[in-house]
Design a protein around this ligand. Structure first.
Ligand SMILES: Cc1cc2nc3c(=O)[nH]c(=O)nc-3n(C[C@H](O)[C@H](O)[C@H](O)COP(=O)(O)OP(=O)(O)OC[C@H]3O[C@@H](n4cnc5c(N)ncnc54)[C@H](O)[C@@H]3O)c2cc1C
Length: 405
């Protein structure tokens, strides 16, 4: 139930392990009508996907774009400057990902049915129902007591937008306004388009009047606030015909993911705050682990128990880190009086991972020559991993953009 990354990747992973399975994916939306823009991921996911299904992994890789470095730009009355993190990652349009997975699932004989609503009160007569219907899962809600669902709603409003400003790094931009701080997280997603998630505290949101404006009417105001950061480019609200809406993040956890022959996977089972950029990755790994357990254990109930216990335990640390990250962005005012380099350092350790040399490495990363050396090293590392997977290295989108230090 649900044709997002978890549902589609489960169908692929299960079919690859046993072509005799009859699998139907029920998706309420029409093809290519998904919410959101791009999602980021890191090299380790490509390795994992490649081991599970090289064919879809190659397609994912071919449709992805590479970004290098993270820039933390602070524009306030006390401080105005940029700090840097090193490293690199990838991004892929959500619609492209779903298209790749749908094609691959169909080529393996999976019956993917769009524009069909799964009704928790009338679930089909199947050996197994995998509830992959996302964070707002109606199947989970209809059995919330059994699953022991816990939902904590984040404080900060956010909106998931696109922009025609093509970034080539992952950029965090913090702007001070008379009503308080507002910021975006932006990264390239596909040719000519970047994802731009705007977030602020409830006080800033009310103070700027964003609570009284239609989300589409808010776009010109946000473009004005982020004029410099967007280099005069536009923000785009509509990703599937409907304007994006302001939301508050829902942190979801469950005591168990199994109820009889119904099992939760992906966002239906757990969410991780978007500042971690890992929900899609975790949803696809859930799908793979579940398919693997079903192939490994002849008794499906044993397989479900194994999946429930081990995968859920594996995610405790990540979910705790995601909560810390969400909470850190909710207390941002406590940190924004620091200079950009100190502020960025506090941001980099927001999940609590500190080591004695981390601060020294952070200080070194602020030196352009060190960043160039790190990029060269990363390029070599990436080249080696791409070759090991038998792929051509991905070019960097916007490599020729001016102003890159
Ligand atoms: C602002 C934001 C930014 C994010 N950025 C990233 C990122 O950079 N990297 C990353 O890895 N993750 C990111 N995520 C998280 C990621 O989007 C999710 O974790 C991921 O999509 C979960 O996949 P899923 O298949 O479990 O659920 P979903 O992708 O939500 O898919 C659920 C599917 O079920 C369908 N559905 C729902 N109800 C029904 C029903 N009753 N009948 C039939 N179909 C139904 C929906 O239409 C949908 O297609 C971000 C999330 C947000 C909110």
């Amino acid at each position: 139930m649900g044709g997002g990354p978890a549902g589609l990747y489960f169908s692929i992973s299960a079919k690859l392990r046993d072509a005799g399975h009859e699998i139907v994916v029920i998706e309420r939306d029409p093809p290519e009508a998904t919410y959101g823009w791009g999602v980021v991921y890191w090299n380790d996911l490509l390795d994992i996907l490649h081991r599970n299904d090289p064919e879809s992994a190659r397609a994912v890789s071919a449709h992805s774009v590479l970004w290098q470095d993270q820039e933390i730009r602070v524009h306030g009355s006390r401080h105005d400057g940029t700090a840097y993190f090193g490293g690199y990652g990838y991004s892929l349009g959500r619609a492209a990902l779903l298209d790749i997975l749908t094609r691959r699932a169909r080529s393996l004989g999976v019956d993917v049915r769009h524009e069909t609503l799964a009704d928790p009160a009338d679930l089909p007569d199947a050996d197994l129902i995998v509830a992959c219907d996302g964070a707002g899962s109606r199947i989970r809600q209809s059995r919330a007591e059994h699953f022991g669902t816990r939902i904590e709603t984040g404080r900060n409003p956010y909106i998931w937008l696109g922009t025609d400003r093509q970034f080539d790094s992952f950029v965090f931009d913090f702007e001070e306004t008379p009503a308080g701080w507002i910021w975006f997280h932006a990264y390239p997603s596909f040719q000519g388009i970047s994802t731009c998630i705007v977030e602020c505290s409830p006080q800033t949101w009310h103070g700027l009047g964003l609570d009284t404006l239609d989300s589409e009417d808010a776009v010109p105001l946000l473009e004005k606030i982020f004029h410099r950061a967007l280099d005069g480019h536009s923000l785009i609200s509509r990703s599937r015909g409907e304007p994006a809406k302001w939301q508050r993040f829902q942190h979801i956890s469950n005591r168990t993911w199994v109820d009889g022959n119904v099992v939760l996977a992906g966002d239906a089972a757990h969410t991780t705050h978007f500042t971690l950029g890992s929900g899609t990755r975790l949803a696809m790994i859930d799908a793979m682990v579940l398919a693997h357990a079903l192939a490994e254990f002849p008794d499906p109930q044993v397989a479900l128990r194994e999946y429930d216990q081990h995968r859920r335990a594996e995610l405790h640390g990540t979910q705790a880190g995601a909560r810390s990250s969400m909470a850190w962005f909710e207390r941002l005012d406590d940190y924004l009086d620091r200079d950009p380099v100190s502020f960025a350092y506090a941001m980099s350790v927001r999940q609590g991972h500190q080591s004695p040399w981390r601060y020294q490495v952070h200080l070194a990363t602020q030196i352009p020559a060190v960043r160039r050396a790190r990029r060269a090293y990363d390029t070599g590392k990436r080249w080696y991993r791409d070759r090991r997977r038998g792929e051509a290295p991905l070019p960097l989108l916007g490599r020729s953009l001016p102003g890159r230090k």
